[in-house]
Structure formats: C-alpha cells, structure tokens
Ligand binder design. Structure first.
Ligand SMILES: NC(=O)C1=CN([C@@H]2O[C@H](COP(=O)(O)OP(=O)(O)OC[C@H]3O[C@@H](n4cnc5c(N)ncnc54)[C@H](OP(=O)(O)O)[C@@H]3O)[C@@H](O)[C@H]2O)C=CC1
Ligand SMILES: CC(=O)N[C@@H](CCC(=O)OP(=O)(O)O)C(=O)O
Length: 339
C-alpha cells in the first residue's frame, strides 16, 4: 500500500525541523515536500545536515501531497493554508491562526483581520486528550500553543470535575526555542543566558486561547491570569497552575481524579513526584503533578512538556495520526534521555 504523502510549510523554523525529524521515522507516511523562504532551492541536507538522508530539496511552494503541516508564523500561515484547503488537502496548522473561535478576538490579539473568519468555528482545536473524536473527522486542525497545551492539560481534570471556584493563576516558564529560530534580542545568548524574566505581563496572546478552552471545560471559569517567563535552557515548559477549590479535597482524592481522567492516555502521565522539564525533553509527553495546599485552600498543578514536541511538532503528528486513522502513538517518542 502506498504511503500518505505529507508536506511541511516552513521546514526551516524550529517547529518545522522537528516535524521533519519525527516524520522521517514514521512507518505510514512519507515526507515528500518541504518549503522555506530564504533557503528555497537548497538541498535540505545543506540547511540541516542531520536531515540529508531524506533527499529533499527546500521548495518555494508545496508539491503534490495529501496532508500539510504549516509551521509558518501566524498570518502568513492562514494565507498559505487557504488555497491548500480549497485543493482538498488535510491541514494541521501549528501557528495560532485557527485556534481562536471568535474573529474579533483574533483581530484584537493578533492585530489584523482574519482572512477566513468563517473557518474559525469549524477548525478543531487539536488537543487530542480533549477533542479526539472531532480531530478524527476534520480537514483543519488548529494545533494548540505550547503554553496552552501545558496549562489546559494541567487544569482539565479539576475543571471537568467541577472542583474550581474563582480566579486561576498560571505561572509558566519556557526555554528559548519557544521564541523561534529567527534572530531577536530576546533570544540573543548574552541576553537570555544566566537570566530569568517575565514578559508580556497581562497581555500574552495565549491568555485568550487558554481562557477559551478552560471555559469550554467549565463555563463557570471566572478569569485566568497568565504570566510567561523566559529561562536559559533550549527547550521545555514548566507551568505551575493555582486554582481555588470550591470545597476541600484531599491529596489522595485529587490524585485519584487526575489518574482516572488520564488513565487511557498514552501521552499524559500523572506523576508521583514533581516533574522536571528534562523528564519530557525530546518526547511527546505531558507530565502532571497535582497537590493540595491546605493552608491556602488552593489546588496547585505542575505540568511539564517539551515546547517543540507536545507543544508543537509532536502534538501535530499525534493529530495527523488521528486524522489519517493511524496508530495515535506512531513516530512519537515517550521516554526522555537521562541525564
Ligand atoms: N517554537 C515553539 O515552541 C512553538 C512554535 N509554534 C508556532 O509554530 C510556528 C513556527 O514557529 P517556530 O518554528 O518557532 O518559528 P521560527 O521562528 O523558528 O521560524 C523561523 C523561520 O521562519 C521563516 N519565516 C519567518 N517569517 C516568515 C514569513 N513571513 N514567511 C515565510 N517564512 C517565514 C524564517 O525564514 P527565513 O529563513 O526566510 O527568514 C525562518 O526560517 C509559529 O507560528 C509559532 O508560533 C507553536 C508552538 C510552539
Ligand atoms: C519563549 C517564547 O517566546 N515563547 C513564545 C511562544 C509562542 C509560540 O510559539 O506559540 P504560538 O504558536 O501561539 O505563537 C511566546 O511567548 O511568544
């Protein structure tokens, strides 16, 4: 049987190059076309020597494929995806362009009018643990943001169980690859190394995305305060989420609720000890550790992912596997290297 042909728009970013690496080991699909802007025309192996065995050349436009991943920056992504959807291709957008359901909210946070607002309610938010059945039948999956993936998975079991009453606080830290591969002062070695800083205070575009998905789990969610931090490591996100409890719950009860919620999941593990980002590095896992702080009455949940895998390329492949009816775990690493 011939393999499904897949392509990557913008293979030269961090999400794109990780997609290519993981897809190269996929038993049921073949990566046949990759695009790039400044590298168009060059052998892929010249841009990324570790991918030379794929024998691909970076093209300016995507070739004949059945499914496309877009790892373009937002705005550019929607513009390049629309004609591909019209051609009948299945699309997984790793950018933020199809995540928000409300076009006015999109315009407010992304600063321009969405080119296809009618598609926003139809695109499926690609968090398999919550939307698996809808992902299986869609042609357009909006791959979640990295911080939202860690945060939503951390809070979903408690919200679904109706345990939370009050404002939620998410304090999250990301490695520098989250800022992308394009050069910027923020990710300059001398600026980022030996430093930790909060950014986009009260104004990060993942806040409305997280709020949208948390209210879908529990319509009574009040407000979400989200503060991201940049820390000097290459990859990984640790989200520490604080939520006030409606009524007292014990540590044993909360662990039971979380274990039950995720017991069928291959890529979410409720851990007996607080997870480190190194425990998920290079894997598609999300490790979650809930505890009750009896003094404050807060539920505290730690959640660790690799921003480039479960937060981007790996989750996109998990979504592809569902959209193509393939084993959900195909080509997705579960165990991190240690140390
Ligand atoms: N990094 C992460 O952890 C995550 C990223 N995402 C999303 O995935 C997408 C890709 O992110 P990431 O891999 O970090 O991106 P990068 O910043 O690493 O991408 C850099 C590459 O993008 C190309 N590029 C930049 N602007 C354009 C443009 N307007 N048109 C075409 N190519 C362009 C550059 O090409 P050139 O060489 O020509 O300059 C460069 O090769 C983004 O939408 C991002 O928001 C989602 C979740 C996590
Ligand atoms: C450390 C860092 O800068 N992280 C990025 C993560 C954004 C991202 O990649 O997600 P989107 O797909 O939603 O753009 C940021 O805060 O903008």
């Amino acid at each position: 049987m011939s393999k499904t042909r897949v392509g990557i728009l913008n293979v030269t970013g961090y999400a794109g190059v990780e997609l290519a690496r993981l897809l190269a080991a996929h038993p049921d699909v073949e990566l046949t076309s990759v695009t790039g802007r400044s590298t168009a025309g060059q052998p892929l192996g010249q841009v990324f020597p570790h991918l030379s065995a794929l024998g691909l050349t970076v093209a300016a436009e995507i070739g004949e494929v059945d499914l496309v991943f877009s790892a373009l920056p937002h705005r550019e992504s929607a513009e390049q995806i629309l004609p591909l959807l019209e051609r009948g291709l299945k699309v997984i957008d790793v950018s933020a362009d199809f995540r928000l359901k409300d076009s006015a909210l999109y315009e407010e946070w992304y600063g321009f009018r969405h080119p296809a607002p009618e598609l926003l309610p139809k695109a499926i938010y690609g968090l398999p643990e919550l939307n698996r059945e809808s992902i299986k039948t869609t042609n357009l999956t909006a791959n979640p943001g990295c911080y939202p993936t860690a945060s939503i998975l951390a809070l979903a079991p408690a919200l679904k169980a109706g345990l939370i009453d009050g404002n939620i606080i998410i304090d999250a830290k990301s490695g520098v690859s989250g800022a992308g591969r394009s050069l910027s002062l923020k990710s300059h070695y001398c600026e980022a190394n030996e430093d930790i800083s909060a950014y986009a205070l009260t104004a990060h575009r993942h806040q409305p995305e997280i709020f949208q998905e948390l209210t879908a789990l529990d319509a009574k969610v009040q407000a979400v305060a989200f503060t991201p931090h940049l820390i000097p490591m290459k990859r990984g996100i640790l989200a520490t989420c604080y939520a006030p409890l409606k009524t007292a719950v014990s540590d044993t009860e909360i662990r039971g609720i979380y274990h039950q919620f995720y017991e069928q999941e291959q890529f979410v593990e409720v851990t007996p000890a607080p997870p480190h980002t190194r425990d998920v590095s290079g894997t598609n896992m999300c490790l979650i550790h809930p505890v009750i702080d009896r003094r404050s009455g807060l539920l505290i949940v730690l959640s660790a992912i690799d921003n480039l895998i479960k937060g981007a390329a790996g989750q996109a492949i998990q979504n592809m596997n569902l959209m193509l009816g393939l084993p959900e775990e195909a080509a997705l690493p579960k165990l991190a290297q240690y140390p």
